[in-house]
Design a protein around this ligand. Structure first.
Ligand SMILES: *Cc1c(COP(=O)(O)O)cnc(C)c1O
Length: 424
């Protein structure tokens, strides 16, 4: 495969951009080979600077559930841009999108828009602390909640490559307020609550863990989490930046039938533009400035282009049959990858992940046992065959509504062959 223009672009980027990228996971850091710089995208395909075209299963890390350059989203953004790109004043578009969010996710009685998932989670945690008057945050090993200081403790996604699975530059005094325990571990959860349940401001969780590959929650464990938080007065925060509008229109909370106190949304909600949100119980959200004493703000929050894109995306997603159609698409892949020796296939709705391990991992420690070499071989074999996947074992792949039956059939056959080869 010719990648000369991408290599040139990467070398030029490295002289101007730190590390040559604006988000570490884009660097193929783990796989350390030739880069792919993208020129354009449409539907299920992205095209690089050398004219190679790939069927995309990364979809901007899950943001593009409709696929690339969806006509309804492009039209909405174009029309919004012609009316001005930012006002620094309230607009009806923000209210309209908030109303759509409330309807989809009833636990979000009040909503606040921000520009990134990081901001959404950081703000929700501050609000939880303001509401409870407590400092401690409990999270789970391998869950990623954005790059704010206190949440880089034992985080998944790109942070896994860093020693201690945390970041330098986080003050010990900050990290000390974050506790992290294994996912799916009920005894550890009960122990933590016995020890410091009354000092926890919140428990923060990815209800399906999608930043350490894909790890499914034990339903009883999730239910116990809701029970324990309610009993001890700690808020339950669902980080649905990935699962929101993905696992179901109402997110993981609809899928599992659990009502959190606060919810964070991102990725899909911006329709591919920078938007995210947090929201939840009215009595908690009432503490936010300007009504309350917990400060939170943003120059471009609720940006009219992002609101227009988000609204257009939700309009498409609220049509009947969308989520069953997505699950059917993932099913085609699951059927082909379901029983390959030395490989486990995990999926939830339109998310899927391949582990080079006999059994699906249940927590971060088990994810880290998986053969990284196998994943690397699989990833590069797939890239060579024209399929773009998130370039790390610690990420999840995404099916979009733009994937055609032919895309999926070709992918399934190629992926099964490549996985057999990589596992051998
Ligand atoms: C992507 C992600 C974030 C961070 O969102 P950004 O928009 O990248 O800041 C937070 N939580 C989860 C679960 C995510 O997947």
């Amino acid at each position: 495969m010719k990648l000369a223009n991408s290599v040139k672009a990467r070398d030029r980027a490295r002289r101007a951009l730190a590390g040559g990228v604006d988000s570490p996971v884009r660097a193929f850091g783990e796989v350390g080979r030739k880069p792919v710089f993208i020129k354009k995208a449409a539907g299920s395909r992205i095209t690089d600077l050398d004219g190679n075209s790939y069927v995309d299963f990364c979809n901007s890390w899950g943001a593009l559930i409709l696929g690339h350059a969806h006509p309804a989203v492009v039209k909405a953004v174009r029309e919004a841009a012609a009316r001005g790109t930012s006002y620094g004043c309230p607009t009806e578009a923000e209210t309209a999108l908030a109303e759509a969010v409330k309807k989809a996710v009833p636990s979000m009685e009040r909503v606040r828009f921000v520009s990134s998932g990081t901001e959404a989670v950081m703000s929700a945690v501050r609000l939880a602390r303001g509401f409870t008057g407590r400092d401690l945050v409990l999270k789970f090993d391998g869950c990623y909640h954005g790059h704010s200081d206190g949440l880089l403790v034992k985080a998944g996604s790109g942070v896994t490559g860093i020693v201690d699975a945390s970041s330098k530059g986080v003050p010990r005094d900050v990290a000390r307020n974050t506790l992290s325990i294994p996912y799916n571990d009920l005894p550890a959860l009960e122990r933590t609550f016995r020890k410091c349940g009354r000092r926890l401001a919140c428990v923060l969780i990815e209800p399906v863990a999608a930043n350490m590959g894909l790890v499914l929650p034990d339903r009883a464990w999730l239910a116990a989490l809701r029970g324990l938080t309610a009993k001890r007065g700690a808020l339950l925060i669902f980080d649905e930046v990935i699962t929101g509008f993905r696992l179901a229109y109402g997110g993981a909370q609809e899928y599992f039938g659990i009502r959190p106190d606060l919810t964070c949304l991102g990725k899909i909600i911006g329709g591919g533009l920078p938007a995210a949100a947090f929201g939840g119980r009215r009595d908690i959200m009432a503490l936010l400035a300007p009504d309350g004493p917990v400060y939170q703000a943003g120059t471009l929050s609720g940006n009219p282009l992002a609101m227009a894109a988000g609204l257009a995306a939700l309009r498409e997603l609220s049509k009947p049959g969308v989520y069953s159609g997505l699950a059917e698409r993932a099913g085609v892949i699951g059927k082909a990858l379901g029983d390959i020796p030395g490989v486990s296939f995990v999926s939830a709705g339109s998310m899927f992940c391949l582990f080079f391990r006999d059994q699906a991992p249940r927590d971060y420690a088990e994810v880290r046992e998986c053969g990284a070499a196998g994943f690397r071989r699989w990833f590069h074999a797939m890239l060579g065959k024209g399929f773009y996947l998130p370039p790390s074992q610690f990420e999840t792949s995404f099916v979009s509504l733009a994937h055609s039956a032919q895309d999926l059939a070709r992918f399934a056959a190629a992926a099964a062959g490549a996985a057999r080869g990589a596992a051998a």
